[in-house]
Design a protein around this ligand. Structure first.
Ligand code: AMP
Ligand code: GLY
Length: 421
């Protein structure tokens, strides 16, 4: 069987790597992939991103199954376009992907279906937003651009002045373009964050192992928000009891709420959660796997990913039980100098394809040039290690920082530390 995976990040490299291990799979095409995603024999990068060209490729190459990695093509309706040509594709429809592509839609959905989330209001008129902030008189207060903003559309304002400036920045200056033409202003939540990801075929639910991301650029959760600087799995904060509670209060009501709204959700559903004592609230929904969470999660997965996704497309996820290695896995992201603002590119990377039975280097912002692998984006590599406990996984991943290197590299030194302490 031939599989097509759409995307170019660490998440897509991990999906392709895991997919290539299935005995059913003869070839994985990754469109467009990156500088290291095709280092395994079964994986080939193809330089296509246009949806119609991807459809032609899938038709002409007898692709059995397509999997969409990132949110952008999902929000542009790539799944609807493939399905209109009777091509098998895993991911939510454009309508379902609004759970991620519009914060306002997601908030209204959660209220409608009694899914716990932060108190909020939404605005497109700046005057009303300013008035609301003055009425609230509490900080921090959270301001979110409605649309997709590559992880940069959320501002936690620590003063009323900053809150007013953010409203102007988003609604008056149009700094996020159409994505910021309306905003959500919501209550600041305290607690510990966890990413809870499941697969669904619209009916059945297959929970992924728990994981925790590290969104801030710097150690001790300081500095600006990023796409994610590292992750580990499992996340001990998600106890079996909490797992049940999340399934009961968030995941089941979301899938069935969508159904009540006339939407069958087929794809990965990612709930970003704030957990305070035993109180769960949804910060956001994503309609895809997390990046970098995918890397440690799939590093531990024992199920055959091809079988899982194929059966999910056929509404038969109930045939599968999640199987995870007992090992912990941990990914530390190597980012380029000046990430997340204007990451430096074209730096030569040393030992970028290093691997061992307990270590793997997933590529993200990399490219090939004259036999070298060069940096080509903000988040460059995901150094991943596993071990019998979190400390050993941490050690395996961090040992790679001595081996894999490039000029100006920055990384957090404390991925998983909170759980270790
Ligand atoms: P989002 O894209 O909505 O998940 O927001 C990105 C990050 O901003 C989250 O991972 C949190 O760290 C933070 N955040 C978002 N909403 C809130 C909130 N209501 N209270 C506290 N932190 C938040
Ligand atoms: N790591 C966070 C995300 O994928 O949205």
């Amino acid at each position: 069987m031939k599989v097509l995976i759409i995307g170019s990040g660490g998440r897509e490299h991990a999906l392709a790597w895991k997919m290539s291990q299935s005995e059913h799979v003869t070839k994985v095409f990754l469109a467009p992939g990156n500088g290291g995603s095709d280092s395994e024999p079964k994986i080939e990068n193809i330089d296509i991103t246009d949806h119609d060209e991807l459809i032609k490729f899938a038709q002409n190459n007898s692709i059995e199954l397509t999997v969409v990695g990132p949110e952008q093509p999902l929000s542009e309706g790539i799944v609807d376009k493939f399905e209109a040509r009777h091509l098998k594709i895993f991911g939510p429809s454009q309508e379902a992907a609004q759970l991620e592509s519009s914060k306002k839609y997601a908030k209204e959905f959660m209220i409608r279906h009694s899914i716990p989330t932060a108190f909020y209001s939404s605005f497109s008129d700046p005057q009303l937003a300013h008035q609301y902030i003055d009425q609230q008189q509490t900080v921090p207060i959270v301001i979110k651009a409605d649309g997709l903003a590559a992880g940069k559309g959320v501002i936690i304002a620590n003063s009323l002045e900053e809150a007013h400036q953010t409203v102007d920045f988003m609604l008056e200056d149009n700094k996020f373009g159409h994505a910021g033409s309306s905003i959500v202003i919501e209550e600041f939540l305290r607690g510990e964050e966890a990413s809870f990801i499941v697969m669904s075929d619209g009916e059945n639910i297959f929970p992924m192992a728990s994981s925790q991301d590290h969104k801030r650029l710097l150690d001790n959760d300081l500095g600006p928000n990023t796409g994610g600087m590292g992750a580990y799995s499992p996340a001990p904060i998600v106890t079996p009891e909490l797992h049940e509670k999340i399934m009961h209060e968030v995941i089941h009501p979301t899938i069935s709420g969508l159904k009540k709204d006339g939407i069958t959700f087929k794809g990965f559903l990612y709930a970003g959660l704030m957990i305070d004592e035993n109180n769960i609230k949804v910060l956001e929904f994503n309609c895809r796997m997390g990046d970098p969470e995918t890397q440690p999660i799939l590093f531990r997965m024992k199920n055959d990913l091809y079988e899982l996704i194929k059966d999910a497309c056929d509404g038969q996820l109930n045939k599968h039980v999640p199987l995870w290695e007992d090992d912990f896995a941990l990914t530390v992201v190597l980012a380029a100098k000046n990430y997340p603002d204007t990451p430096e590119k074209d730096k030569k990377i040393l030992n970028s394809n290093f691997k061992s039975p307990t270590q793997y280097v997933f590529h993200a912002g990399t490219k090939k040039a004259n036999g070298d692998i060069l940096t080509n984006g903000g988040r460059v590599l995901g150094l991943t290690g596993k071990g019998m406990n979190l400390q050993l996984a941490f050690d395996e991943a961090y040992k790679l920082t001595d081996i894999v290197n490039f000029d100006g590299v920055q990384f957090r030194t404390d991925i998983g530390k909170k759980a270790l302490n």
